[in-house]
Write a new protein. Structure first.
Length: 51
């Protein structure tokens, strides 16, 4: 890669549970999304959306 050039990479992660059951109920859903967003931020990356 030449100096002065920038790249941008978008990654989409999809988590699925066995039998496609709804494992995140409304009580913990928000906390899980905040936790995932915090991990991304602490790694000095930017998240577009976590949901």
């Amino acid at each position: 890669m030449k100096p002065g050039r920038f790249t941008q990479l978008y990654v989409q992660l999809v988590f699925a549970v066995k039998n496609r059951e709804a494992a995140l109920n409304s009580e913990i859903r928000g906390r899980v999304f905040e936790y995932i967003s915090g991990i991304i931020t602490n790694l000095n990356h930017k998240s577009i959306i976590v949901n």
